[in-house]
Design a protein around this ligand. Structure first.
Ligand code: NDP
Length: 461
């Protein structure tokens, strides 16, 4: 006999989804959380970030308004303090919603830090939270990740994305270190909010791992927004200045900034759980998300499989269904759509062109690049770019990549078509919604090029 059928460690998006689904199946469930309920996405990540995207989008809208006939009064200004207050109220509201959802599902919320003693050789698992010791038939580790603190000497002196989203005042200028999701999104937003940003990243283009078309277009969009790009340049060390931070480069150059963002990746919160970790500090799992200890599962960022909120949620539900509803469904990570919420945003589903070629597909590559009607009308040079990768032999659409207004919304819908196995012929016989940007995806008739897998494909990626 154990106290609980399931104890979930971490009340973020994945942990909450797993706990609620298990309770729905009739399991007795506890969830342990040491910080606020809701996790990184809701409190310190996706949700407040998207609220800052909406704030920053107004800068572009205001700039275009005159071209659409508006007379605007005195120069509008942005107050980070006012945004901050509204953001705090919204995340508090969402935390309340999650607490209510857990209570309504019959999940017991235990507040404190969990220490796991995995039960080996069939022994029950034990979780200590303060004075309390719980036993469980099953445990799901959903402890998430945190900003990396050891990528460069002195990097711990820099602010993290958590700190950025808690700023009451914007800095006069900033340096960002890193060229991934967080660096690109926030550099683009800061530029709109009037903060000059220098972006230091070690590759020749930002967003390593994205399709080359998106990487080049993202760099161009950042530059057009006024972000100073430093490809192939990262500081060797960060040091304290006089109320500032100093970035020391290999050539004896030192640059001083009032504020520096550490955007050099995130680390799984896997230490101290009594479970083996891999070289990245993540907890290895099998297809069923089970760790090396039978009955102990891990989901979401702590596994570093695909650190995205909807993946953690899908994984949590899949484990709960497997444990308490006899399901044998596993989570398919081959075609996960994702977005980068820079301005303009990126939406993508399926492999990059180099990945598709490396997987052995001969490709028909369709691309289009145009000025959206809304920008063209006011004389803006902003461009949208779209790309379809189609298997040259069976006509299957393998990937959709887009940068431009509404890209995440458009690609989310097309992801359904790709999941269903749509071919280019299916796209071609779909009648367009006019006038939209999305219609371009059903109007691309001639491939820009065909590429054989054996050609090795484009040089970058
Ligand atoms: P990423 O892994 O996306 O990017 C990390 C960046 O840091 C890369 O540019 C990497 O360079 C660089 N880097 C790593 N180590 C060093 C080092 N020692 N010196 C210099 N540069 C270094 O991490 P983020 O922090 O941007 O985001 C973390 C995760 O959060 C993402 O992987 C994503 O899963 C998630 N996220 C998702 C979002 C979304 O879905 N819209 C938004 C924000 C975050 P290099 O490329 O050369 O390795």
């Amino acid at each position: 006999m154990t106290d609980f059928d399931l104890v979930t460690l971490g009340a973020g998006s994945g942990g909450i989804a797993a706990a609620r689904r298990a309770a729905l199946h009739g399991a007795k469930v506890a969830i342990v959380e040491g910080r606020r309920v809701g996790g990184t996405c809701v409190l310190r990540g996706c949700v407040p970030k998207k609220l800052l995207v909406y704030a920053a989008q107004h800068a572009d809208d205001l700039a275009e308004a005159r071209g659409y006939g508006w007379e605007l009064g005195p120069t509008p200004t942005f107050s980070m303090a006012r945004w901050q207050q509204a953001k705090a109220a919204e995340t508090a509201r969402l935390e309340g919603v999650y607490r209510q959802l857990l209570a309504a599902s019959g999940v017991e919320l235990i507040e404190g830090w969990a220490h796991l003693q995995p039960g080996r050789d069939g022994a029950p698992h034990a979780v200590r939270v303060g004075e309390r010791r719980l036993t469980a038939r099953h445990v799901i580790v959903a402890t998430g990740s945190r900003p990396s603190g050891d990528t460069l000497p002195g990097i711990e002196l820099c602010a993290s994305s958590d700190d950025l989203l808690d700023l009451a005042e914007l800095p006069a200028s900033a340096a960002f270190i890193g060229g991934g999701y967080i660096a690109v999104e926030f550099a683009s937003l800061f530029a709109r909010l009037g903060v000059p940003v220098c972006l230091y990243f070690r590759d020749s283009l930002p967003l390593r791992g994205f399709d080359p078309m998106l990487r080049a277009a993202a760099a161009a969009a950042l530059q057009a927004a006024g972000v100073e790009l430093h490809p192939g340049v990262v500081p060797q060390r960060v040091m304290k200045g006089d109320g500032t931070l100093l970035l020391a480069f290999g050539d004896d150059r030192v640059r001083e900034f009032p504020w520096v963002l550490n955007a050099t990746g995130r680390k799984p919160n896997a230490a101290g759980l009594g479970l083996a970790c891999d070289g990245r500090g993540a907890i290895p799992v099998d297809d069923r998300l089970q760790t090396e200890v039978p009955g102990v599962y891990a989901i979401g960022d702590v596994t570093a499989r695909k650190p995205l909120t909807p993946v953690a949620i899908a994984e949590g539900r899949a484990v709960a269904d497997m444990l308490f509803a006899g399901s044998d469904r596993t989570v398919d990570l081959r075609r996960v759509a994702s977005a980068t919420f820079m301005l303009p945003p990126i939406g993508t589903v399926g492999p990059t062109e180099p990945e598709a070629l490396a997987a052995g597909h001969d490709l028909k590559v369709y691309e289009t690049d145009f000025r959206p009607m809304r920008s063209a009308f006011v004389g803006s040079d902003a461009r949208s770019r779209m790309k379809l990768l189609v298997d040259a032999h069976d006509d299957t659409v393998l990937a959709v990549h887009m940068i431009g207004p509404d890209a995440p919304e458009i690609v989310q819908s097309l992801a359904v078509a790709l999941t269903a196995g749509a071919t280019k012929a299916d796209f071609d016989r779909t009648i367009a919604v006019h006038p939209t940007a999305a219609e371009e995806f059903v109007l691309m008739r001639e491939p820009m090029r065909t590429v054989k897998a054996s050609s090795g494909g484009p040089a970058t990626g």
